[in-house]
Design a protein around this ligand. Structure first.
Ligand code: PSU
Ligand code: MN
Length: 305
């Protein structure tokens, strides 16, 4: 075994050995991103979507100190039920959680790390972390951006929520040499909304184009990942006024309560969800499904590239 802390699920290992397409999925979205039981239902449906689009899903997590590339339905159920009691695990948490034999919900950062250890190149999620508003004072910049700068995994997402400073997030990615692709769009999508008013670096329209660009990045020996931003389907997008009002309120409340550090993102996400009611949860589920389908198609194209 390449890595004595890593367990690769049998169907994932088989696919990897045969050069077949595999898509990594994160677990913080299960434990911290959605309520039970919708989180478990969604996680299972997302895996199904990956399969239907020609790839093997590998949901990633830390269980009892083991790095898992691929979870069983029982493990997904366990994660979804335990929810926010599970430690949200970023890069700095990985070693101690493993050493102590604990569980960890993997963020985009740690999912990329474990995917890379397992040999998985393509990863689908909902939204990534980024540069927070006010970061020029708080220095709150998600480790996700640093991981994208360093780890060769392609991340397919619906952009980032406007709880962040999306303009600074793009600046940071530019500095660190991470290509930001718009899938069928020139505008950076903003998760619930298709619009941010900001431009991506490149618009690519097909899974083949995305796979080829990423393949060339590997061939050139460039370190780091690639970010593919895939807008939420029009029919599930939320009204910009409603979502922006909820975000403003959530930010005000976080400031009032002095929320900081790793709590900030989960707090803001939960608050926005409360303020927008069930609508945002429904949009969230749909966009993740949409990203999983595109990621599976890119993984299939990458396997042939
Ligand atoms: N943004 C979302 N949904 C999420 C997250 C971010 O719209 O579920 C989660 C992801 O796991 C992401 C993490 O990697 O939050 C970023 O947290 P932080 O800002 O603390 O780095
Ligand atoms: Mn942070």
């Amino acid at each position: 075994m390449l890595n004595k802390y890593l367990d690769i699920k049998a169907d994932v290992a088989e696919a990897l050995a045969a050069g077949k397409p595999v898509v990594a999925l994160e677990s913080t979205i299960i434990s911290h991103g959605m309520p039970y039981p919708q989180n478990v239902e969604t996680a299972l449906k997302v895996e199904q979507t990956v399969r239907e689009n020609g790839a093997v899903p590998a949901t990633i997590a830390i269980i009892g100190g083991r790095l898992k590339a691929g979870l069983t339905p029982d493990e997904i159920e366990y994660f979804g039920k335990k929810g926010t009691q599970i430690t949200k695990a970023s890069r700095r948490d990985l070693a101690v959680l493993c050493a102590r034999g604990e569980d960890g919900a993997t963020t985009v950062t740690t999912t990329m790390m474990i995917a890379h250890m397992a040999g998985i190149r393509i990863f689908a999620t909902g939204g990534i972390g980024g540069v927070h508003r006010g970061a020029e004072v708080t220095m709150d910049i998600s480790a996700d951006l640093e991981e994208l700068a360093n780890t060769p995994v392609m991340v397919i997402c619906a952009g980032a929520k406007a709880i962040l400073d999306l303009k600074l997030t793009l600046e940071y990615l530019e500095t660190h040499g991470v290509p930001v692709i718009g899938y069928g769009t020139e505008e950076l999508p903003a998760f619930y909304s298709r619009h941010s008013g900001l431009k991506v670096d490149y618009r690519l329209d097909t899974p083949e184009e995305c796979a080829k660009a990423f393949k060339v990045q590997q061939d050139l020996g460039l370190k780091g990942g690639m970010l593919v931003t895939n807008p939420i389907p029009e029919e599930y997008a939320m009204d910009d006024t409603i979502i922006n009002r909820a975000i403003r309120e959530a930010l005000n409340e976080a400031n009032r309560l002095g929320i900081h550090g790793k709590e900030t993102t989960p707090f803001l996400l939960a608050k926005v969800k409360d303020l927008t009611g069930g609508d945002s949860l429904e949009s969230n589920i749909k966009l993740v499904m949409n990203n999983a389908a595109v990621a599976a198609k890119i993984a299939a194209a990458y396997a042939n590239a």
